[in-house]
Design a protein around this ligand. Structure first.
Ligand code: TXA
Ligand code: MG
Length: 309
């Protein structure tokens, strides 16, 4: 089912869905301006329609055509785009992102992905592309074309295979709304420290529910229960290890033997899926440092474990 970019652009124009590689995770993509096509995304994912989608664009100019970007947003886009950063800003009314893609909100999330295939599709298609991660709602995001196909391939006209995702975690989502401080809605591929170096402290106030409609409690979850901060594994558990001191052996997946958080992020969802396939009694996970990309890794692990936050 692998296909080329021109065929994918045509499919989008026809209102069909396409599986799309990005540097973060694979997306299930539709024409952002077409409510019927966007409705198919919600059906395919089993996603509640109050959870808005990210509009993918080629660059800052294309983002400014759909969103009202203030000086802070422009600065972040100039530094981090293309890349794993999503900006939530006021929607420019009349622009090409339909109400359903925004879940009826008067804001829109925009991101320029850093992947040659995604950029080629954006150029060939010519408009904004709505794409959530290509997993079924609540499951780990797919980081290979095969995993994406297994999750939602049945709903896609075709699959663009861009190889394994380099970042492996979803984009960082921050809101830049008039009169308010910048707010971190979801930690992700750009570490908080890097953003704060550009625009100052990010607020996380407002409570989980008010922050981002998509932050369901049980999220990124494999079938097996997930046990965090595990010093060692029980006999019938799979183990996600981290660092050089970890034991090796069957059922052990070391996120990074050298203790590198970037490598751990890239391996996280693939290893959760691989561990799950062993049908263990649980997936035990070693402690992971919280700095840099560790904030996003720990966020995903907490949600995979069903933590109520
Ligand atoms: O890396 C990524 O961001 C991937 C790739 C495919 O680009 N996409 C992705 O999309 O993770 P999704 O739909 O799985 O997550 C988007 C997040 C959700 O938590 C959603 O609630 C939030 O962004 N979001 C989207 N629009 C928003 C808005 N207007 N206000 C607040 N949050 C918004
Ligand atoms: Mg998702």
């Amino acid at each position: 089912m692998t296909a080329d970019v021109e065929a994918a652009a045509l499919a989008l124009r026809r209102g069909e869905l396409v599986i799309l590689p990005t540097e973060t995770v694979y997306g299930l993509a539709a024409n952002a301006a077409d409510p019927e096509a966007v409705a198919r995304i919600y059906t395919a994912k089993g996603r509640p329609s109050f959870n808005p989608l990210i509009a993918h664009v080629g660059d800052l100019d294309a983002a400014a055509a759909v969103a009202v970007l203030d000086a802070r947003a422009v600065r972040l886009a100039k530094v981090f785009w293309p890349g794993p950063l999503t900006l939530v800003a006021p929607f420019r009314s009349g622009a090409g992102v339909c109400d359903l893609a925004r879940a009826g909100l008067d804001t829109v999330a925009v991101r320029a992905p850093d992947h040659p295939t995604a950029q080629a599709l954006l150029r060939a298609f010519g408009g904004a592309i709505a794409a959530p991660s290509a997993n079924r709602s609540g499951r780990p995001s797919p980081t290979t074309a095969a995993d994406a196909t297994a999750e939602t391939g049945a709903f896609a006209r075709l699959v663009l295979d861009g190889g394994p995702c380099r970042v492996g975690l979803e984009s960082t989502v921050i809101a830049l709304l008039p009169g308010g401080p910048p707010r971190l809605l979801r930690p992700g591929g750009v570490p908080r420290e890097a953003l704060e170096a550009e625009i100052g402290p990010l607020s996380t106030a407002g409570g989980e529910a008010g922050r981002s409609p998509g932050r369901l409690v049980l999220h990124y979850a494999p079938d097996a229960p997930v046990r965090l901060n595990a010093a060692h594994r029980e006999a019938d558990e799979a183990f996600l290890a981290f660092g050089p001191a970890a034991p090796a052996g069957p059922g052990v997946f070391n996120l990074s033997e050298s203790g590198d958080l970037q490598e751990a992020a890239a391996n996280l969802f693939g290893f959760l899926r691989a561990a799950d396939r062993l049908q263990p009694s649980a997936i035990a996970v070693a402690p992971i440092p919280c700095s840099g990309l560790g904030e996003a890794i720990n966020d995903r692990l907490l949600r995979a474990s069903g933590f109520v936050g």
